[in-house]
Design a protein around this ligand. Structure first.
Ligand code: SF4
Length: 352
């Protein structure tokens, strides 16, 4: 096994894992071979594993240490389940190209949904995944079928390693009845700018007030880098959107969200407003999430006081804590007004 390179990387450079696992059969696919070459060229330590679902021997003394190491561990495997989950309200289906993320957003729901497997899995059988997508599209013709590529990961964060979004975008460009969407907190979009997309892929950037980014989103791209990437995406002719999530009630929230919208307006090309979409999601948490977050980010300033929240029943048993109606309405109204002040043609898809 080779030694890791000594050079330290800055947060602006793309993600380089500290350890990589390969399923042997992943190396039968060109993408698996390319990732292996990349891993070797950088001297990243790697191991073989029988299944991407069973990585049990991660290094680390404590649970917390193992969690941090897992977030820097990449597993290269094959997506066997080609049955897609649904992904309402933003799309009909989740398209699985990766699971897990190198970001350390304190509030991230992957902390609970991925349970004991926070390591990052990328799937090399993109052709089979696209074939499955084609099946879902054909079933619904003449309806349009939308696929969300960021349900279980941040695919832009991994794009420099996998190139999978580039393949999906190109595939979807030729699908009359298919559309792709993904959301990101990363800025590695350069490889997506020169490909055919036919306007069939909507790229959304997750943005927030400075307070939220500074306190709760470590290991993601800086706000300025995300906006610069959004401007590049707009200039490349992609449909563009923003997700403001989680919207957090904090001291100075009005100034924070007003500043967010005015800096978006100042940085985007003048014609970006047409077709621009916004999705607004207030902060919510479950009791399970609160317990996990407090263990993993013990010094977090994330407010999760159930006394201050409204309980919203969940469909599958576990309910969520959201803001009381009055606060939620104040957030929705204020942010919606700022959006239309700067982007009069934009569409707010939902507030939840
Ligand atoms: S970037 Fe997105 S997927 Fe990654 S940790 Fe943050 S919220 Fe989760």
């Amino acid at each position: 096994m080779l030694e890791r390179p000594a050079a330290k990387k800055s947060v602006h450079e793309s993600f380089i894992p500290e350890l990589v696992y390969f399923e042997p059969s992943a190396l039968d696919y060109p993408k698996g071979q390319q990732i292996m070459e990349w891993v070797k060229s950088l001297g990243i330590p790697y191991r073989m594993t029988t299944s991407h679902n069973r990585i049990t021997n991660l290094p680390g003394e404590s649970e917390l240490e193992q969690y941090k190491i897992a977030k820097r561990t990449l597993v290269v495997g094959i997506r066997k389940t080609l049955k897609f989950d649904t992904s309402k309200p933003s799309a009909e289906y989740a398209i699985p190209i990766a699971t897990g993320c190198m970001g350390h957003c304190h509030y991230c729901y992957l902390q609970t949904t991925l349970g004991a497997k926070p390591y990052i899995r990328v799937y090399v059988n993109t052709d089979e995944i696209m074939q499955a997508a084609k099946g879902y599209i054909d079933e619904r013709i003449p309806e349009i079928t939308r696929f969300e590529a960021a349900c279980t990961s941040d695919p832009v964060g991994l794009e420099p390693i996998t190139g999978s979004l580039r393949e999906l975008i190109t595939f979807m460009a030729d699908q009359e009845y298919g559309r792709l969407r993904f959301v990101t907190k990363f800025h590695y979009v350069d490889s997506l700018l020169d490909i055919k997309h036919n306007g069939h892929t909507r790229v959304r950037f997750s943005v927030n007030a400075k307070y939220v980014i500074k306190n709760f989103e470590p290991s993601t791209s800086r706000f300025e880098d995300r906006i610069e990437a959004a401007a590049k995406i707009a200039r490349a002719g992609y449909p563009l959107g923003f997700i403001i999530a989680p919207i957090i009630w904090h001291e100075g929230w009005q100034e924070g969200y007003a500043e967010l919208l005015s800096s978006l307006a100042a940085s985007l090309p003048k014609d970006a407003s047409s077709g621009l979409t916004f999705e607004l999601i207030q902060h919510r948490f479950t009791k399970t999430a609160k317990n996990v977050i407090e263990k993993r980010y013990p010094r977090t300033k994330l407010e999760m006081d159930i006394e201050k929240r409204k309980y919203k029943w969940g469909r599958w048993g576990q309910g969520k804590y959201v803001y009381p109606d009055e606060q939620a309405e104040a957030l929705r109204m204020f942010i919606s007004e700022r959006i239309f002040e700067h982007f009069e043609d934009a569409k707010i898809e939902y507030f939840t």
